[in-house]
Design a protein around this ligand. Structure first.
Ligand SMILES: Cc1cc2nc3c(=O)[nH]c(=O)nc-3n(C[C@H](O)[C@H](O)[C@H](O)COP(=O)(O)OP(=O)(O)OC[C@H]3O[C@@H](n4cnc5c(N)ncnc54)[C@H](O)[C@@H]3O)c2cc1C
Length: 392
């Protein structure tokens, strides 16, 4: 049977791999003329890496990723350690899979390289989708159309497929932006060789720093408040001085990381309310198109990988007539879990950014208490999850 996927992001490409494994003839249509991911880092936790290993990407991931030693949370002003969670080796022994930090274009490239060359069609912008009883038709901006037995909208936050299925609805602006930068690691020798991830929490802001691209670069993300009217576009750049000013009173190590960068990206952060349904007949959604979330759990892409594996499991024994039923099963399995992650990400937007004072002290005490036992245990529901396991 023929499956069409709209969007060649991390979610769409992973779904192409899993649906091919389930026996589908897959075509991915991507609007851009080249496969693109923003030049920044991404965290892939064990619940995602275990699945990517299953489609044969283990060796390539291990070559291109960094395995962080620990995730160290610090106080914004004096750098005091609030918690330290070991990751390398402990993730493998506790959850059977590694925690990885990757350069996004590397991840996209290794997903694309695992597919036959003719699967992804670039320069195909979808302008309309017509779900029918027996098939689904898709129309492109250059006037061509095609049909398939099923269609998956993996077309991101501003998904057109979602709009066709459920109508237009604006995403929710979080009131925060992410300043992002990549610094060649040799410019920051003071960070040492442990390859830990450092997260700094402070009033209204937080700052994360970790290594990517086999530790050749230090990636940083600084979250700061911003009124909507200041944000021009989803992928705008900002002067380095603006990012520096946002973290002016913060620890000198943060200042030194920002000073070492040449270009700073500035992304406005949006999410959406959980959808009541993802599917209509032979059409469904996956990844950000289905469940855009704030990045404060580092799970948006990982959840799209989980989606792709559950989708393929639901479809592997489907017949032409049972595809709509299989898609309902897919969303029924996935909705509770991604809604939980979406909600946790919103909660973190609050707890990460508490002002100095009693509530912040209480949060720090809780972080320290978790770190004192086995901090990874608290993440078992997330990192220990095997999206394919319930299928046996
Ligand atoms: C600051 C920040 C940090 C993050 N950190 C992490 C992290 O550490 N770990 C993690 O798991 N997640 C993280 N995320 C979330 C993650 O980036 C997203 O959840 C993920 O990239 C979504 O992938 P996707 O494939 O669903 O959509 P996208 O990557 O948005 O891909 C959608 C694709 O569809 C194409 N498209 C759109 N419309 C059309 C059309 N009409 N026709 C054809 N093609 C179309 C687009 O061009 C694009 O290629 C972070 C997000 C942000 C903003």
């Amino acid at each position: 049977m023929r499956a069409i996927i709209i969007g060649a992001g991390i979610g769409g490409l992973t779904a192409a791999l899993t649906l091919r494994r389930a026996g589908y003839d897959v075509q991915v249509f991507e609007q851009t003329s080249a496969l693109r991911e923003v030049g920044a880092g991404i965290q892939i936790s064990p619940n995602g890496s275990r699945l990517l290993q299953r489609v044969g990407l283990g060796p390539a991931l291990a070559r291109r990723a960094v395995r962080p030693g620990a995730m160290v949370m610090r106080r914004w002003q004096d750098g005091a350690v609030l918690s330290s969670q070991t990751l390398a080796n402990l993730c493998e022994s506790s959850f059977g899979a590694p925690y990885y930090h990757l350069y996004r274009p590397d991840l996209l490239a290794l997903l694309a390289e695992a597919l036959p060359a003719d699967v992804v069609r670039l320069g195909h912008q979808v302008i309309d989708v017509f779900p029918r009883e027996d098939s689904v038709e898709v129309r492109f901006a250059h006037g061509v159309s095609t049909t398939a037995d099923l269609l998956i909208g993996a077309d991101g936050l501003h998904s057109s497929v979602r709009e066709v299925l459920f109508g237009a609805e604006s995403p929710r602006y979080s009131g925060t932006v992410a300043y992002r930068g990549l610094v060649p690691a040799e410019r920051l020798p003071q960070l040492g060789t442990s390859h830990n991830m450092n997260g700094w929490l402070g009033p209204q802001r937080h700052f994360m720093q970790y290594y990517v691209a086999a530790a050749r670069y230090v990636n940083f993300v600084g979250i700061a408040p911003a009124a909507h009217k200041h944000v021009e576009s989803w992928s705008a750049q900002a002067p380095v001085a603006e990012c520096l000013a946002e973290f002016a009173d913060w620890h000198p190590e943060i200042q030194s990381i920002i000073r070492a960068v040449e270009v700073t990206g500035r992304w406005a952060l949006y999410d959406r309310e959980p959808l009541a349904h993802w599917s209509l007949g032979r059409v469904s959604l996956l990844g950000d198109a289905a469940h855009a979330m704030l990045p404060f759990m580092a799970q948006g892409a990982v959840q799209s990988v989980e989606d792709a594996f559950v989708l393929a499991k639901c479809l592997e024994h489907a017949h032409h007539s049972s595809i709509p039923e299989a898609l309902v099963r897919y969303e029924t399995i996935r909705r509770p879990r991604v809604s939980q992650v979406q909600a946790r990400a919103r909660e973190n937007a609050h707890t990460f950014h508490l002002p100095d004072g009693e509530a912040q002290r209480q949060r720090d005490a809780e972080l320290a208490a978790v770190a004192g036992t086995n901090p990874l245990l608290a993440s078992t529901w997330l990192y220990g999850f095997d999206a394919e396991a319930e299928f046996g």
